[in-house]
Design a protein around this ligand. Structure first.
Ligand code: HQG
Length: 182
């Protein structure tokens, strides 16, 4: 299996499992699970050939462990990053480290300095424990800025934090007073 095929399939899975399941007539339950056979047949109607081996290889080789397969092998979901309204993952609250990082681009900073960090179309603001991940995320949008978020302090003041299965930290919003630049 070529890297190109794996990358393209990973992007397609992110698209249908996080954002637009209806594009291939797929139903996700509230925890984001989709039936793998329905995913394969929905993709086929869209002219995309998927099979179990390809799906399993994408899941296993995903650098950020974006997807998981249910224990019975019948279902697949994205572990975070959703924007579709049909899904509302029930994350467990967890105590964050003192500091978490968010990578963004210089062009968003005026707005962030006014509004703090907001989720955009996704369900949560995404934060990471290391600056390397934050840097890679920010670079997707332009000249990167790494923001430090006083996560523990936020939590002490009543803000909730969650950690997805793949280690990504999530919260609803980050007010300006908890943000500084690195
Ligand atoms: C920015 C990747 C203006 C925010 C990563 C970001 C992540 C604001 C963009 C996951 C703002 C939203 C998510 C405000 C935030 N004004 N802009 N007030 N507040 N922003 O893609 O965090 O590779 O929805 O800084 O690992 O970049 O896809 O979020 O630049 O976990 O698996 O608005 O995507 O995972 O962009 O990335 P996104 P994100 P995957």
């Amino acid at each position: 299996m070529s890297k190109k095929l794996l990358d393209e399939t990973s992007k397609f899975l992110s698209y249908v499992l996080r954002h637009e399941p209806q594009a291939i007539g797929l139903r996700l339950d509230s925890e984001g699970w989709a039936n793998i056979e329905a995913l394969i047949s929905g993709a086929a109607r869209d002219g995309r050939t998927l099979d179990r081996a390809l799906i399993e290889t994408v899941v296993a080789s995903s650098d950020k462990k974006r997807f998981s397969i249910s224990e019975d092998g019948q279902q697949i979901r994205a572990v975070q990053g959703h924007s579709t309204k049909s899904v509302e993952l029930q994350f467990e609250e967890k105590q964050p480290p003192e500091t978490l990082y968010h990578g963004t681009a210089t062009r968003f900073m005026d707005s962030i300095n006014q509004q703090g960090l907001i989720p955009g179309s996704r369900h949560h603001v995404h934060l990471s424990a290391e600056t390397t991940t934050a840097s890679a995320v920010g670079q997707r949008y332009g000249t990167v800025v790494i923001l430090k978020v006083a996560a523990r302090q936020m939590q002490e003041q009543g803000f909730k934090f969650y950690q997805a299965e793949n280690g990504v930290w999530l919260t609803e919003q980050v007010p300006v007073r908890f943000i500084s630049t690195l």
